[in-house]
Design a protein around this ligand. Sequence first.
Ligand code: GLU
Length: 430
Amino acid sequence: MSSTTDAPTDPPIVEAPEHTPFSSMLQRFDRAAELLGLDDGLYRILKEPERELKVAIPLQRDDGSLEVLSGWRVQHNSAMGPCKGGIRYSPHVDVDEVRALAAWMTWKSAIVNVPFGGAKGGVCCNAREMSIKELERVTRRYTIAIMDIIGPDRDVPAPDMYTNEQVMAWIMDTYSMHQRHTVTGVVTGKPWGLGGSMGRREATGRGLLTMVREASLVKELDLANARVVVQGAGNVGATIATLLDEIGVKIIAISDIDGGLVNTGGLDVPAVVAHLDKNGSLDGFAEGERCSNDELLELECDILLPCATENQITSRNADKLRCKIIVEGANGPTSANADDILDANDIFVIPDILANAGGVVVSYFEWVQDRMGYFWDERDVNNRLHRLMQKAFRRVLDRTKSSAVNMRTAAYMEGIDRVAYFTKMRGIYP
Ligand code: GLU
């Protein structure tokens, strides 16, 4: 194309997301690695995923038509033990996202000091519109496609967005059929009684509760008078809202995929959760006012819990947030560019790789119980979870002081430091 004027002929700038999840991860990784003085060789090992498997999953739909779905399993790092991380079913999933989520699992396991590496899986599909039989066929075919690289000592999947205990049971069964014996330890997040652990379903939300308590102590916030906003009403959002409500903390807003529900006087959380369970959506709930997801994030409150998905808090809206504390229940809800804005506004951020580690902690307990064949009661699981999360929080907080950094950078430093130590001690093979 020719131009008849001297005007610049650059193509118009198309607005792209300011960060892909993996570039957001790398930006934080680089900053922490530099502060740690990580040597160049270790830097290059730790940033690169060890293995990425792309699979094609033929799905016969109930109406007889055929689709071929894309799936991935990315193993980011196995220096600390078997790779560990969930599997998500989402129409937006791509390899960049799975890669970021796998790396976050590496740092997350290291921060809470459980003997796992990091991995993640994803299948690009709209689970909300699939029948139970279609979900079962996709799950079993995906399991077969990744079977050579998973196993209790290799890589242990778990639930993530739009996967649940039923999906884990199908994975366990498919893997076991091919091994010719039952292998419960190949996945975590299974139903209780089928090798699942008490407390696993609520574990991420329960871990967030420890974070909310610890963060409130640091900021001298009285939880009895606090106003909390929860973005997301999936397993994590609904659980933390319920747990906070049970201890008398006021939840003033919650959202689902279609938007938010606000009542500044405090929502009736058990009624909201019952409505969600029954209808699968907040629509039609009698109390409160509806608002957009953007409005929800910008509500004046003490604690904001983003428990939905990636890139919700970016340089576009970070300056508009009116909370004192953010506890990240989702993975990657804040873009790297938003970090400095939140810091400048003195918002205390408990980052995803620390805050939502409760899930992998109880996954570790489940894996241990499966190996022993002996199962703990719920109180035991919850007490151990609380202790591990509290210790991790305090280790990261100590590092904010010794290195004069925020909680996110301190958490990355904590995770990277531990994985670097294991890598150095093991040495480079051959
Ligand atoms: N999907 C969860 C997470 O992102 C749990 C992973 C696991 O338990 O392996 O942390």
